[in-house]
Design a protein around this ligand. Structure first.
Ligand SMILES: Nc1ncnc2c1ncn2[C@@H]1O[C@H](COP(=O)(O)OP(=O)(O)O)[C@@H](O)[C@H]1O
Ligand SMILES: [Mg+2]
Length: 319
């Protein structure tokens, strides 16, 4: 356990190699610790032009940094205990999620317009700031907004409603507007340096798919769109796992699922996570401010639905 708390290198600069070697690595395309960890010593030595022994040491350091090694099942159990959970504001929805949204996981909320995806993102960047006993992680959050629907006014109301100081809560949310899909991916890369510095335990990305759908429309662009989106999801998965943060993504789908027939960016049922590990929650409208959440293909979570409401104070249990 103690080793989990030790500060591990996050960038290749922090691996403790000379700037000459770092430059060589960069030039050869090894820009992250992950890329080194999965290389073979032979390949690294040849491509980068460094001695085999140096390459071996570098790979060992990268694997150590990412904690890639055989582990006992007991260690896995203990790591599992490091996972944090953040309340959604609704006990029913928390129960459906197995206690709240989890760190080291991507949680996708998908559904039609107006089902509460954006409200949930707002609520979660507030709630992660709560102390653990109140369902938070006493941590800060990142909000990546691709659609321009972030409202600080909502944060203020939600913060007040959970008894936190609104200004302080807003100070603890690092907001950025993603201008296009490339920018969105670059932002996620930046998180690798931002997160370790800023005590961030939750990243909300609303929406993950908007720019990709707009830039790669139609069937003729499906392959490239999916390829890029997969890369993006992989990036997000790494962020979640390596930095022990909760990643929340939203995905707007249309009422008629047949519109998406044959569109691989939208699996049957509408989600994008698809081959990526994570939790997919489908949202539907019910009467008035009621919404219904359902877990989609998660064998480890109980089947069923949760009803919650969207109020001026935020996400709450339905009466
Ligand atoms: N201040 C508020 N008080 C009560 N309900 C609100 C408030 N702001 C937004 N809502 C509700 O949230 C819903 C919109 O949810 P939103 O998260 O924007 O949907 P999505 O992102 O899924 O399109 C609206 O139906 C609206 O009724
Ligand atoms: Mg929205």
């Amino acid at each position: 356990m103690a080793t989990m708390e030790k500060k591990k290198p996050r960038t290749i600069e922090e691996l403790g190699v000379s700037s000459t070697i770092i430059n060589k690595l960069r030039e050869a395309g090894y820009t992250t610790i992950e890329s080194i960890a999965v290389a073979t010593a032979q390949e690294l030595s040849t491509i980068v032009g460094i001695p085999l022994a140096t390459a071996q040491k570098l790979i060992a350091a990268a694997r150590e940094a990412l904690d890639i090694r055989f582990k006992t099942a007991l260690e896995l159990k203990k790591e599992r205990m490091n996972i944090g959970k953040v309340t959604t504001g609704s006990k029913a929805l928390d129960n459906l999620l197995g206690g709240g949204v989890e760190t080291k996981t991507i949680t996708e909320f998908f559904g039609e317009y107006g089902t509460g995806k954006t409200q949930l993102c707002h609520q979660l960047v507030v709630n992660v700031q709560l102390p653990v006993e109140k369902g938070g992680l006493s941590a800060r959050a990142v909000y990546i907004d691709s659609e321009g629907t972030f409202r600080w006014e909502r944060i203020e109301s939600m913060a007040r409603a959970v008894g936190l100081d609104p200004d302080q809560v807003m100070e603890n949310i690092l907001y950025i507007r993603a201008l296009n899909s490339d920018h969105q991916m670059a932002i996620v890369e930046e998180l690798r340096t931002l997160i370790p510095k800023e005590n961030i335990r939750l990243v909300a990305l609303d929406s993950v798919t908007g720019h990709f759908r707009a830039e790669y429309p139609g069937r003729e662009n499906l392959a490239i769109r999916q390829q890029k989106l997969n890369r993006h999801l992989h990036q997000l998965m790494q962020i979640a796992e390596i930095y022990n943060v909760a990643v929340i993504i939203t995905n707007q789908v249309m009422a008629r699922p047949d519109v998406f027939f044959g569109d691989p960016t939208v699996a049957v049922g509408g989600h994008v996570l698809y081959h990526t590990p994570g939790v997919r929650i489908q949202l539907r409208k019910s009467r008035g401010n009621k919404r219904i959440a359902r877990v989609v293909d998660a064998p480890h979570l109980p089947e069923g639905e949760a009803v919650f409401i969207i109020t001026d104070e935020g996400i709450r249990d339905a009466e």
